[in-house]
Design a protein around this ligand. Structure first.
Ligand code: BGP
Length: 468
């Protein structure tokens, strides 16, 4: 079994995690700037200095057989305040970046929002404020008209991670905890923002393609024979996966999904978002037009019945075994015996990718699917005299997940590409710089790049279109 000839073997990045230069060329502040300053743990600068070194990264991409790259536009480089005045230096930067991608034969898949809402808009409520959604549509339209060289657009990256970490776990700014009602309202707002942007793209009659990227963690009951565990898994699945898939792919929220989310809100004494008929029409129209869906898959979850208060401990240091995840009105994550985890407690479960791809294909009738992120975070360092990292663990992880992608293709799901997270080592939102994902090692002191063993292995797969 081989990958199709036109399969995209890509590497993924995101503006705030790779560009650095967060105060350069008129870039406006975003929600993370103040949050990171207050926390004092990490700086987003210089990250891996992609803002200045992208020609080198694209040269390496070409050399290592990588024919696609996920990049995101930093909204606040274009509109420093989120809306209104345009910053020409930011506009220019992305023209130059896309031209370099083209020159190197690396197709850019361009995300409009990758966790980086401009600060002023977030201070006014972020996605929960309808004027934020209006500003996002204005920014998207601007980009569609300004960058005809882009063929693949992604509206929003991982609305799940954004809303849940903003309002439930509190690990993303503004750092609120246990507000499920607010998280669900933000989920709905992002579904709507996405849909309005897809509809605007359609109105402009542009020749490219547009999609959305979801973080889809497959949720299994810890004990499939226990009804309490089965229900806990259904609640978490509705909250983290179904509400988005219903909203963006099916174009309507199913009564089951709404009932499960209503149950979560009730258990937490919080109001459940209301959906108007006009909003339903916007969602339905966009879903009928959506060209592709991207899935970011890293792990699965095993959920147990739980009736206590929420307790979330985030493992942001790589201290294995330190994370706790119990959500009031939902359930508790518990690792099934025999499943390996990373140092950051992410269960390694490649079959979850297959199951999720099959759901996209059979239940949601997704047209085209890209695996827009997959990879493993490892603690790595180059010792003096060494020039490469022998990351066999990463090769094993990616290989097992690619095998599941092949299996899904064989079962009839139209998977068009795979983007390794990440192209090179970069900044991780809640973990800083010791969680490395790259195919290319970055020495953050000198900014030198060193291809890892996984880069050479990935090139072989891309060239032969087969897993050996
Ligand atoms: C996804 C994000 C990426 C990236 C990745 C790895 O959720 O889209 O931006 O960060 O996960 O996550 P982390 O950096 O938390 O390990």
């Amino acid at each position: 079994m081989r990958f199709p000839d036109d399969f995209v073997f890509g590497g993924a990045t995101a503006a705030y995690q790779c560009e650095g230069a967060s105060k350069e060329d008129g870039k406006g502040r975003i929600l993370w700037d103040g949050f990171l300053e207050r926390e004092g743990r990490f700086s987003p600068d210089p990250a891996c200095d992609f803002y200045h070194r992208y020609p080198e990264d694209l040269r390496l991409a070409q050399e290592y057989g990588i024919n696609g790259i996920r990049v995101s536009i930093a909204w606040s480089r274009i509109f420093p305040a989120g809306s209104g005045a345009v910053e020409p230096r930011g506009v220019r930067f992305y023209h130059d970046l896309f031209a370099e991608c083209r020159r190197r034969g690396v197709e850019p898949f361009v995300t409009l929002h990758h966790f980086d809402t401009p600060e002023d808009l977030q201070n006014d409520g972020g996605w929960l404020n309808p004027s934020n959604v209006d500003a996002f549509v204005e920014y998207a339209r601007f980009c569609f008209e300004e960058y005809p060289e882009v063929r693949y657009w992604i509206t929003i990256n991982e609305p799940t991670s954004m809303s849940e970490q903003q309002y439930v776990s509190g690990t993303f700014p503004p750092g609120e905890k246990n507000n499920f009602g607010k998280a669900i309202a933000a989920e709905h707002a992002m579904n709507l923002a996405h849909a309005r942007v897809v509809n605007a793209y359609e109105e402009l009659g542009l020749p490219g393609e547009i999609g959305v990227v979801h973080a889809l963690q497959t949720v299994y009951p810890y004990d499939p024979d226990k009804p309490g565990d089965v229900h806990a898994a259904a609640l978490l699945d509705a909250f983290e996966n179904r509400f988005y898939l219903d909203g963006t792919l099916a174009g309507e929220y199913s009564p089951e999904t709404l009932a499960l989310l209503g149950e979560i809100c009730e258990a937490n004494g919080q109001p459940m978002v209301e959906v108007s008929d006009d909003e339903r029409a916007v969602l339905a129209k966009a879903a009928s037009r959506l060209d592709f869906v991207g899935i970011n898959y890293y792990f699965s979850k095993f959920e147990r019945e739980y009736h206590g208060k929420s307790e979330v401990i985030h493992n942001g240091t790589g201290a294995k075994g330190s994370s706790v995840n119990r959500l009031q009105g939902i359930g508790e994550e518990r690792l099934r015996p025999g499943i390996e985890t990373t140092d950051w407690d992410w269960p390694i479960y490649p079959q979850g990718l297959y199951d999720q791809l099959m759901r996209l294909g059979t239940e949601y009738h997704a047209r085209k699917v890209y695996i827009t992120e997959n990879g493993i975070g490892l603690k790595e360092s180059l010792r003096p005299g060494e020039t490469t990292i022998d990351d066999q663990k990463r090769i094993g992880y990616i290989s097992e997940h690619l095998a599941e992608a092949l299996r899904a293709i064989e079962s009839g799901v139209d998977v068009r590409g795979y983007f390794a997270w990440s192209l090179m080592d970069m900044f991780s939102w809640t973990n800083g710089y010791n969680k490395r994902y790259g195919l290319f090692y970055v020495d953050f002191d000198t900014q030198e790049r060193h291809p890892k063993a996984s880069a050479s292995w990935f090139r072989r797969v891309a060239q032969t279109k087969a897993l050996s």
